[in-house]
Design a protein around this ligand. Structure first.
Ligand SMILES: Cc1cc2nc3c(=O)[nH]c(=O)nc-3n(C[C@H](O)[C@H](O)[C@H](O)COP(=O)(O)OP(=O)(O)OC[C@H]3O[C@@H](n4cnc5c(N)ncnc54)[C@H](O)[C@@H]3O)c2cc1C
Length: 246
């Protein structure tokens, strides 16, 4: 039997489930498809951080020192395998071309627009399904070992001030009042105050999926790779069921 829906959402992680719920709330008929029950892959155990920072992207290394660290695979934020270096060269060229101040500014403004609504949008879904208990307004502490590494946050803090993202710069002693178990191997910290922590990303994703199903959204287990163009739209075949959307 073919079920006609308005939208097919492939993948029921936090992204797919949230998109499906938003579409449903707009009165559209939605089918959400995953090969497993909702929230069982990355959204099962991500770090649970709903960020209100990260305005500055990782850019192409701009100093010989940094470039050497990257080349020797000594930077925690980037790791590459020598055998695929040739294939990644076009991508690296693109990264370099987009690492200037204009591109960074564009990135920061786009991230701000996404992040500034994230927490309130989560609460709008979480409240009706009692998933608020997984949300904690603890903020997020970034620790810096040296004053030189702390100085690298200048651009980040600059954008935070422009966008009104709240933060506090703390000295080591003040951090240990908040987190007494931390060993004092750092000099400074930034406490991002508007960042929310989710203690169980999988429970939140499943709660939203239940909310979606309770509101008459269709959830089906099946392989999204069965997707094919059909009759001017798209068809996914799952055992006996078929879902079609324009
Ligand atoms: C270790 C780690 C920590 C992270 N921490 C954070 C964090 O703290 N904050 C943050 O914002 N982001 C974090 N991320 C980014 C993370 O990717 C997102 O937070 C989020 O969980 C991704 O959700 P998703 O729905 O895109 O992906 P997923 O949760 O992986 O969902 C994709 C879904 O697609 C399904 N699927 C795939 N292929 C098929 C197929 N062929 N047929 C049917 N279904 C299919 C999978 O089963 C899965 O359920 C982290 C990522 C990692 C790896």
């Amino acid at each position: 039997m073919v079920q006609k829906v308005y939208v097919l959402v492939l993948g029921a992680g936090i992204v797919g489930v949230s998109a499906a719920l938003h579409l449903l709330k707009r009165g559209l008929k939605v089918a959400l498809i995953d090969r497993r029950p909702p929230g069982e892959e990355t959204s099962h155990g991500n770090a649970g951080v709903i960020e209100r920072d990260g305005f500055v992207p990782i850019t192409f290394p701009d100093s010989p020192k940094k470039l050497t660290r990257y080349a020797l695979n000594r930077a925690p934020e980037a790791h590459y395998h020598r055998t695929v270096l040739r294939q990644t060269l076009p991508w690296l060229r693109q990264l370099r071309a987009h690492s200037g101040s204009v591109a960074i500014d564009r990135f920061a403004r786009a991230v701000d627009q996404l992040e500034r609504h994230a927490v309130e949008e989560h609460y709008a879904f979480a409240r009706p399904v009692q998933a608020e208990l997984y949300f904690h307004s603890t903020g997020w502490l970034h620790l810096y070992r040296s004053t030189a590494s702390f100085a690298e946050t200048d651009a980040e803090l600059h954008y935070a001030r422009i966008f009104g993202a709240r933060y506090e710069v703390l000295e080591c002693d003040a951090v240990r009042v908040l987190e007494p178990h931390l060993w004092p191997v750092f000099t400074k910290a930034v406490h991002w105050l508007d960042t929310e922590f989710v203690s169980s990303p999988v429970a939140v994703t499943k709660a939203y999926a239940d909310y979606f199903i309770a509101r008459d959204g269709r959830f089906a287990i099946g392989n999204a790779k069965s997707l094919k163009a059909k009759a001017g739209g798209w068809l996914v075949a799952i055992e006996e069921e078929r879902y079609w959307a324009e």
